[in-house]
Design a protein around this ligand. Sequence first.
Ligand SMILES: Nc1nc2c(ncn2[C@@H]2O[C@H](COP(=O)(O)OP(=O)(O)OP(=O)(O)O)[C@@H](O)[C@H]2O)c(=O)[nH]1
Ligand SMILES: [Mg+2]
Length: 492
Amino acid sequence: MAIIDNEREVIVVRIVYDGPPLSGKTTSLYSLGKILGQSKKVYTPKEVEGHTIFFDWLDYTGGYFKGHSISCQIITVPGQNILKEHREFLLRSADAIIFVLDATHTEQSTLDYFWQTQQMLAQQAEETVKIVIQANKQDLKGALSSQQLKALFSEYPEVKVIETSATLGKGIRESFVLAVRLATERASLLMERGKLAIGRAEIVDGESLLAQLKNTVEIKTLPDNTLSTETALLSTEIALSAENEESTIIHLPQLPDESTAPQWLWPPLLGKKMLVALLKNQLKPHLKYDKTWIIDSNNGWRCFSKADWYYTNPTVARAALRTYIKLHLQCSPFLSEQRCVALAQDEQQWRLWQILHKVPTLTDKLQQALQRTDMHQLATEVLACAQYYVHAQQQAANYSPEFNLSLDNIGLDSAEQLIYLGCIDNGHTPHHFSETDIVLIEALKQAFSAPIAEHAQSLDVVKICAEIESISLEQYNFIPKVISELFLHTIN
Ligand SMILES: Nc1nc2c(ncn2[C@@H]2O[C@H](COP(=O)(O)OP(=O)(O)OP(=O)(O)O)[C@@H](O)[C@H]2O)c(=O)[nH]1
Ligand SMILES: [Mg+2]
């Protein structure tokens, strides 16, 4: 929206705080207002239970750009998915984005949300809108550092990550200054191409933005309880109900079903039964940032299809199916029997799906363990989870197909057998870890640090560590030391 207003000798740019619900966008804007001595000027049209419904607004004039003062319109978007249209409309007016994430709860859904932001911005025809990430809530234990987040956002090496605490006002000015720089750089590029608008800005305050939003977008008014459910679902869940399908811009690919021919399905008979069970329930599709489709059913079925698992030639599709069947057979001891591979035809395209039934995962087991009140029991159960995890890593490394292990996709069946619950892809060279392999130890630390940090605050860490260290394990005897270090880390 950058515009040069020659009459007032200003350039107007808009900085937009974007990010998942409750990550701290509104708090950041209020904090910035305080830092800039403008806190009385913040305008917030309406909130429900602490959630932004429309936006927050602050304007601030400071700094110079080619002889003009810079007039910044600083706004937040509502993070709730249900208010996606409001968010998208506001995002499209941005000259720079400050993407606020909660660094204590950074998971796949945050990356998905970030990807969704990129998608929304991509529809803007003019010059690219750059993003700075605020790794917020650094005042809380367990917050990931900018370094760790850089690794998580490794697909976006150009994006700068700044550690912030919106409540303490730390890092807020720095992020804002960087965003203004990105916005004026964008204006410069537009100017060079003769595409920078000149005239009076149509929107000059929060009230006029609200009127514009109400005129352009269908305004959502929502019962309070829908909002809290949405918070749990975060951003990219799209229920397959008719109502929501309409608002989905992305085409949902065809799933295999009862009519799928036996030669497109493995194992043919059992596979058919699985498809029937899967399609009995409501499905929740989810498109990951790497464009893998994950579709979950209410009754524990999960379907995967990666971005490149589609084929326009039936012979190539059949060959791919055979390859994935072979991969499944190679690692069958690590997979449950409730698993199938199928091709779904969608006009002249065939998409490959891997479908499986979930069993309780190590995440479930660890959450349960960390809630024990008996410290010895807690220590024993956490160590058992860690042993399962390390064992799964060892086991996966032995196979040539590629697994992408996490606590969430390692399950335990009723016989306490480890079951892999993710998708399988073409592989790597099998590898044998030694008992003290550093890669194994790092993987363990990575998987366990966030859940431990989350629970440790309410626990007697010193006592737990004493319990953990008193337990000796025959195999993987590095585990107690690594786990007790993770607990201790939370109080340092
Ligand atoms: N400890 C801590 N809490 C924070 C920080 N930033 C925000 N919060 C808290 O997180 C909660 C949500 O903050 P908001 O600023 O309302 O979040 P939001 O991103 O605007 O949320 P939506 O409007 O729903 O998208 C509030 O309880 C804030 O007090 C921070 O840096 N540290
Ligand atoms: Mg808000």
